[in-house]
Write a protein of this length. Sequence first.
Length: 246
Amino acid sequence: MGKLIDLTGQRFGRWTVLKRVEDYVGPSGGHKAQWLCKCSCGNTKVVSGECLRNGRSKSCGCWLKEFAASLNYKHGYTSGEKPERLFQVWCGMKQRCYDPNHEFYHRYGALGITVCDEWLTDYPTFRKWAYEHGYDENAKLNQCTIDRIDSSKGYSPDNCRWVNQKVQSNGLCTNRMLTYYGQTHTMSQWADILKMDYAILHSRIEKGWDTKRAFEQPVRRSCNHEPYTPAYTQFLQSIGLNPENN
């Protein structure tokens, strides 16, 4: 058994560790350290050290209640009959982190990405920060998105900024890097280089196409098409290759 690390006084989410209590002994005889913790709301509970360290337990359950209540939050900011666009950004941010049924939960909540307490249930505070740090309500779609500067950390004022979708996509830790003729870029960057629709390139790669086929096979928009797009020809020439011989 490794040396026990004293967690007394440390904070894990909303828990503050008060003291160690009697260990839990499993059916196989293994011991698990148990700690008496106090939640920021005042409740106390015994929590295993493992659950504290891996983030499975962040509070006594109060934040779940607050999150559920926040989904019905009456923010007071509407445009006609619809909530303002920023409110949808706020809701989407929380759903990615806390809703296991969300399509991108595996990239956020499942990896321990959370929303800071300051923003979790307080839309006006989030809204104030957004407008003071570059949010543009008139920006075109995907031109003003919330981005985490350090993708290993959660959503908080000191780790977020407003960028376009391209910058955000290139910074994703889950982004796939593709190498072609000795050059390595993200899919988004390759789509720009080849002047190819990103959705088409992404679909080809997700279907299992190898890089050469995904890049070189023309997009058949009609029966009359060139074997290569001008951008693809230009790329080959830039690295010293003749498209006619490729």
